[in-house]
Design a protein around this ligand. Structure first.
Ligand SMILES: NS(=O)(=O)c1ccc2oc(NC(=O)c3ccccc3)nc2c1
Ligand SMILES: [Zn+2]
Length: 261
């Protein structure tokens, strides 16, 4: 009986250590960025961001957020420079937001929360053949995070907001073309960067995060349009798509670097 108990305990511990390895847990996202503890790195050059609006394909409500997906078969919509060793292709962008204005962003700055956060998801096309391969690989992804604060209506965003009623339900898609995400990049290119993970499953630790220091502004009505989307598919109970952000994760032994542009 003692041997069986010991054997069972060994299996249990082994399984837990195995899970820790897969989900890591040493570099999870999002985090609170404490600006006073970030390290100014003079070697961090400005990001080089170049998007081609003709690569924009469709909007997809995937039941977590709405993804604006891009054609990544060419090399026209790419980001490079800054902390990135290679050039990364834009795959999709999406947002996270709250049910109320006092929550919504995944990252925070000195515990300051924004009502929404934009993620532009790119994959390392120099080192990997597909997005799905990159998701599970070190240095596979680069996600640019941009905070959104409430204020003036964002004219560039309105074209996207007008398309949202067509993807109200989970698993719905709508054709969406000629949209340039550059209109959502702040004019100030200062950023923080740190090694992290995807913030929704599979939460793989394959992301170089680049968080822009300055937020962009958008209007109350535009945020209301985000909140009118549904987590649920047509015909099921209506659940508004809100509070689709992950709880913050421990920094562990990571350093957040900052630019001094
Ligand atoms: N909040 S996040 O960390 O930026 C984040 C988290 C989880 C993610 O899963 C995917 N998958 C695709 O984009 C995809 C798009 C098309 C086909 C297959 C996958 N992107 C993610 C971004
Ligand atoms: Zn995200």
């Amino acid at each position: 009986l003692v041997n069986m108990t010991l054997f069972f305990l060994v299996c249990l511990l082994d399984q837990q250590s195995w899970q820790t390895q897969i989900q890591g847990g040493s570099r999870q996202s999002p985090i609170d960025i404490r600006s006073s503890e970030s390290v100014h790195d003079p070697q961090l050059t400005p990001l080089s961001i170049s998007y081609d609006p003709s690569d924009c394909l469709q909007i997809w409500n995937n039941g977590y957020s709405f993804l604006v997906e891009f054609d990544d078969s060419k090399d026209n919509s790419v980001v490079s420079g800054g902390p990135l060793e290679n050039h990364y292709k834009l795959k999709q962008f999406h947002f996270h937001w709250g049910a109320e204005n006092n929550r919504g962003s995944e990252h925070t700055i000195n515990s300051l929360v924004y009502p929404a956060e934009l993620h532009l998801v790119h994959w390392n096309a120099e080192k990997f053949r597909t997005f799905d391969e990159a998701i599970f690989s070190e240095n596979g992804l680069a996600v640019i995070g941009v905070f959104l604060k409430l204020g003036r209506k964002h004219d560039g965003l309105q074209k996207l907001v007008n398309a949202l009623p067509a993807v109200k339900y989970k698993d719905s898609t709508v054709e969406f073309s000629n949209f340039n995400p550059s209109c959502m990049i702040p004019s100030c290119l200062d950023y923080w960067t740190y090694p992290g993970s995807l913030t929704t499953p599979p939460q793989t630790e394959s992301v170089t995060w680049v968080i822009m220091k300055k937020p962009i502004e958008f209007g109350d009505d535009q945020l209301s349009a985000f909140r009118s989307l549904l987590f649920t598919p047509f015909g099921e109970k209506l659940e508004n798509m809100v509070d689709n952000f992950r709880q913050q994760q421990p920094l562990m032994n990571r350093v957040v670097r900052a630019t001094i542009l």
